[in-house]
Design a protein around this ligand. Structure first.
Ligand code: GLN
Length: 192
């Protein structure tokens, strides 16, 4: 199994380390020709969704990635990655890939509680550490979306077919559960 990690901005190295710990090989996606490699899924890291969205378009990656997602390639978006996949961003005029039937709220925890750490239950994994950094949450989700975790009544992890999102940063904690969950999603893909 090979997983691409979008490496235009944000916390991509941390994801690569988690995958290495699981014995999964990864490579960085920085330019359009990187997509010529064969790979089984990709990760959109945390960072700044506006910057990532702009760079993905400038680097001629955006349309190709959107097509791959629509064709069923597994994708895991953390934090800014969640925002990029959302069909609607509640407090923004424009959304990005729009492939996941969720409404995301950017910087949803406000300035005072901008960053925090907690432990929460993730469906199918159990209790895991959750680190939030200027995080979004999912304001609402279509019925096709499976809710995997909530914190204080807000949806912070969800899955829709080939798409997995977390508002928190599993790559910043020492629990490999969510990355293993994504690898299991890939293994269940009919194409593998
Ligand atoms: N606040 C960032 C955004 O709106 C997301 C923060 C993160 O990825 N840690 O893109």
């Amino acid at each position: 199994m090979k997983i691409g990690v979008i490496a235009v901005q944000g916390a991509f190295i941390e994801h690569e380390k988690m995958l290495a710990e699981l014995g999964i090989s990864s490579f960085e996606i920085r330019k359009n020709s990187d997509l010529n490699r064969s790979f089984d899924g990709f990760i959109i890291p945390g960072g700044e969704s506006t910057v990532q969205g702009k760079l993905l378009k400038e680097l001629n990656l955006f349309d190709a990635l959107k097509e791959l997602i629509k064709n069923g390639l597994p994708v895991f978006g953390t934090c800014a990655g969640l925002i990029l996949l959302a069909k609607t961003i509640e407090n923004e005029r424009h959304a990005y890939f729009c492939t996941m039937d969720i409404t995301a709220r950017r910087n949803a925890y406000g300035r005072q509680l901008g960053s925090f750490h907690t432990t929460g239950n993730f469906k199918g994994i159990g209790d895991i550490p959750m680190t939030f950094i200027r995080a979004p949450y999912i304001q609402s989700a279509a019925k096709e979306v499976e809710i995997l975790a909530t914190v204080d009544g807000k949806i912070v992890a969800a899955k829709q077919k080939n798409q997995l999102v977390t508002a928190f940063h599993p790559e910043l904690d020492h629990d490999l559960g969510v990355h293993r969950y994504f690898a299991d999603m890939i293994k269940k893909q009919p194409s593998l």
